[in-house]
Write a protein that binds this ligand. Structure first.
Ligand code: CU
Length: 167
């Protein structure tokens, strides 16, 4: 049943307008991704290399949710616990909440043992959305977005999606 539902919900969002070719920087765009039990909406986002993106994560659910992008799920004690490779790692990025700049640790809710530059956005239930502003790096391919809250049970319940990076 879950697989069927996911297929129906798999409408891709393309951030911004069509990019120009040949070395022209892609136009900027913005996308809002909503988390709830246990899915992302939209569950597929397309980004263009070089595009400046404002990616907002909003929590419409009754639980705390997070959004991070990576590849290769890392297992800790038999439970999904983040990614082995992080899409955002090493990038210049900035976070905003309620129209104000916040630091990466605040965007992660603090107290995390992950590096602070993985682009994680954690929004507690009822919390204000977090916006991540970044320029899409030259990391073409299919990446995954996921939520690993509650010992990875959100991920196991299907709280994941695709981030497709194109030239
Ligand atoms: Cu979640």
């Amino acid at each position: 049943m879950r697989a069927f539902t996911t297929i129906l919900a798999a409408a891709a969002v393309v951030v911004g307008a069509c990019g120009g070719g040949g070395g022209v920087a892609a136009p900027s765009g913005s996308v809002t991704i909503t988390g709830s039990e246990y899915k992302f909406s939209p569950d597929t986002v397309r980004l263009k290399v070089g595009q400046e993106v404002r990616m907002t994560f909003r929590n419409d659910g009754a639980k705390d949710h997070e959004m991070m992008i990576g590849k290769g799920v890392k297992m800790t004690g038999g439970k999904p616990d983040g990614y082995q490779t992080w899409f955002m790692q090493g990038m210049q990025m900035r976070f905003e909440r309620d129209g104000k700049a916040i630091d990466a640790m605040a965007a992660m809710g603090g107290g995390m043992d992950e590096p602070s530059d993985i682009g994680m956005m954690l929004v507690d239930k009822g919390g204000s959305p977090v916006t991540l502003v970044f320029t899409v790096p030259d990391k073409v391919g299919e990446w995954e977005m996921g939520c690993f809250e509650d010992d990875g049970t959100h991920y196991d319940e299907g709280m994941k999606g695709k981030v497709i990076v194109e030239k």
